[in-house]
Write a protein that binds this ligand. Structure first.
Ligand SMILES: [Fe+2]
Ligand SMILES: [Fe+2]
Length: 188
């Protein structure tokens, strides 16, 4: 077994297998964020709802960037079912804690992807991952800040709404370093 082989006996390199899995993780994150947005929307918290509706679109774009990469590199990919979506929550903190946990898990997934690309000397793959690693740093920081704000608000979600309105605007898009999506991008 050579470390430089890009094709395993199963036909795909480990990096490509993990990337096909990542497509499902990003679509799942997108769908999960709609569930969080709808919960806030239903409780008349439009700013928190906006952040998560928008976050859902970003995750969808991440999936479409991965799909573009798979198509361009002739890696066979089917569009996956998503994993189970959590819809039942008792308090706002639970939703944001879930979002933070999800972003931390995705960060770990990108670290595994990077390790696999390195092990297999997949330079194209490594380069593709750079943007996502930076993006994950920002998303973990954003959710971590939001969780602190909720904890400091002592249950006053209207204070949280004020913070979110002022300090968490939608990003403008037009990021020239973002990987290309399959089809139109919604947020980058
Ligand atoms: Fe993502
Ligand atoms: Fe994310």
């Amino acid at each position: 077994m050579t470390s430089t082989s890009k094709t395993s006996e199963h036909g795909l390199s480990k990096f490509h297998r993990l990337l096909v899995d990542q497509l499902r993780h990003e679509y799942t994150a997108s769908q999960q964020y709609i569930a969080l947005a709808a919960w806030f929307d239903d409780r008349d918290l439009p700013q928190l709802a906006r952040v998560f509706y928008r976050q859902s679109l970003e995750e969808r774009d991440h999936a479409m960037m991965i799909l573009r990469f798979l198509l361009d590199n002739d890696v066979p990919a089917t569009i996956p079912q998503v994993d189970e979506i959590q819809n039942n929550f008792d308090a706002a903190r639970e939703l944001v804690a879930l979002a933070l946990r999800q972003e931390q898990e995705v960060t770990e997934q990108f670290h595994s992807l990077m390790r696999a690309a390195r092990e297999e000397n997949d330079y194209t793959g490594e380069q593709f991952l750079q943007w996502f690693l930076q993006e994950q740093t920002e998303e973990v920081a954003k959710m971590s800040t939001l969780l602190s704000v909720i904890d400091r608000s002592s249950g006053n979600l209207f204070d949280v709404e004020t913070f979110v309105a002022r300090d968490m605007p939608d990003e403008a898009g037009g990021d020239p370093s973002a990987p290309e999506t399959a089809g139109p991008a919604l947020t980058v």
